[in-house]
Write a protein that binds this ligand. Structure first.
Ligand code: SF4
Ligand code: F3S
Ligand code: FES
Length: 248
């Protein structure tokens, strides 16, 4: 069973662009990315789109569908009414390169700004020991596919270009939280989170958590606990020291 659907896709580059209307055939079981590929094969051969796995795991096909940040390969056409106009636009927070492809290098810059895992210098690889509970705590964060939907959605940068320099965004504040929870990490993550990576800009609106395709509880399990540890420490630096020595 197939039907025709009205698609509206943003076409353009960094200079200018517009929404272009396309009637397109939709078959049972298809996702939005299938339709974008059909447009490439038929009416819009030069439509630029980034994708790779078609299985929700590479994080490449992020876009905004009817204004909602989503993975195109995981958005089923059956979730829309057949007479609905489906509007597909590029991620709004990052500069457009062409059509649905944006320049996400902001995220790579932020990733590089976080110092990597710093184990105690007297421990050789293979000598690391940690409690199973600590291993499990960070597993949730390691499900991240770096689709940047959370980075695109957080209002701190979505509506305020000027904050980009000082705010790492939810994905990278979560990375700092993960390292801070690591019992073998010796770096001072809390002060850096606040002073260098903009933890204080986050006012826990949870929009990042809402759009995460991996259903990671970014705000509740990473950002709020990190904020709590930063506040504890502000009132009593010994708490920070204690937390590092007697990791929960
Ligand atoms: Fe994507 Fe979730 Fe990772 Fe953010 S935390 S980049 S939304 S997978
Ligand atoms: Fe932004 Fe998420 Fe905080 S959307 S404000 S990082 S809770
Ligand atoms: Fe890989 Fe969509 S194509 S997540």
């Amino acid at each position: 069973m197939s039907h025709w659907q009205h698609f509206r896709v943003w076409r353009g580059d960094s200079e200018k662009g517009e929404l272009v209307d396309y009637p397109v055939e939709v078959n049972e079981g298809e996702v939005v990315l299938d339709i974008i590929h059909r447009l490439q094969q038929t009416e819009a051969n030069d439509l630029a789109v980034r994708w790779n796995c078609k299985a929700g795991k590479c994080g490449s096909c992020s876009a905004e569908i009817n204004g909602m940040p989503r993975l195109m390969c995981m958005t089923r056409m059956s979730t829309f009414a057949e007479d609905e106009v489906i509007t597909v636009t590029p991620l709004r927070t990052f500069p457009v390169i062409r059509d649905l492809v944006t320049d996400v290098s902001f995220n790579y810059t932020k990733a590089r700004e976080i110092p990597s895992f710093a184990p105690p210098p007297d421990l050789a690889p293979g000598e690391y020991r940690m409690q199973q509970v600590d291993v499990e705590r960070s597993q949730e964060f390691r499900k991240c596919i770096e689709c940047y939907l959370c980075q695109n959605t957080c209002h701190v940068v979505r509506d305020h270009e000027e904050n980009k320099e000082n705010f790492a965004g939810p994905r990278y504040l979560m990375r700092i939280a993960e390292l801070d929870m690591h019992p073998l990490d010796t770096a001072d993550r809390q002060e850096a989170a606040q002073e260098e990576h903009g933890l204080g800009y986050c006012n826990i609106t949870k929009c990042c958590t809402e759009v995460c395709p991996e259903h990671i509880k970014i705000t509740d399990n990473a950002l709020i606990p990190l904020k709590e540890r930063v506040v504890d420490r502000k009132y009593d630096p010994l708490i920070w020291l204690g937390n590092k020595i007697f990791k929960r």
